[in-house]
Design a protein around this ligand. Sequence first.
Ligand SMILES: *Cc1c(COP(=O)(O)O)cnc(C)c1O
Length: 218
Amino acid sequence: MGIRENSQKLLNELPPGVELVAAAKTRTAEEVLQAVEAGIKIVGQNYVQEAETIYPAIGDKAKWHLIGHLQKNKVKKAVKIFDMIETVDSVDLATEIDKRCAQMGKVMPVLVEINSGREKQKSGVLPEKAEALIKAISSLPNIKVMGLMTMGPRFGNPEDSRPYFVTTKKIFERIKALAIPNVEMNYLSMGMTNSYPVALEEGANLVRIGTRIFGRRD
Ligand SMILES: *Cc1c(COP(=O)(O)O)cnc(C)c1O
């Protein structure tokens, strides 16, 4: 099957209220455009540079989410392209996004990335630090915390991902119940090609899928 069929099938299968991010790393502008023309509304990119390369061909035909780690020196470029940054994990980074957005007169919706697997090499805030981080950045006027994102460790068996999704959902519910001013816990971004059915069972309403749309990356 091609990108068009894969996209349409997936869009038809997802339950109502769940939004799909096409994880587009390594894909050409032409491939991403096919997905967008098939009805995909959100394109996810891991790198600012890669987004800049394909952006001109797609522009505002889709919304753009940053789903990879963001370095401070890339923030200025990132806030021009992206409609949401899913990977905020420090006060420092949030402050820089806030500052650059203020210069543009823009308010950036952000998700806080949780390092649910407590993996040393991965970005994201540790589960027990999430609440303090969100409180600390909630008053920044040019960002708006809209929810959480997690990757979790990679497994062959998607069932193994479940505990990490459960952990993240618990944090999501706890922070939602705190009703912190200027924080709206609307989005829970979890699940990729092999794990998204499990993520949906555990409450995800934003899934980030690449392989199932575009085929295998080589
Ligand atoms: C690549 C990627 C995905 C999608 O992975 P697939 O297994 O190809 O569906 C989702 N989220 C992030 C952050 C990614 O880098």
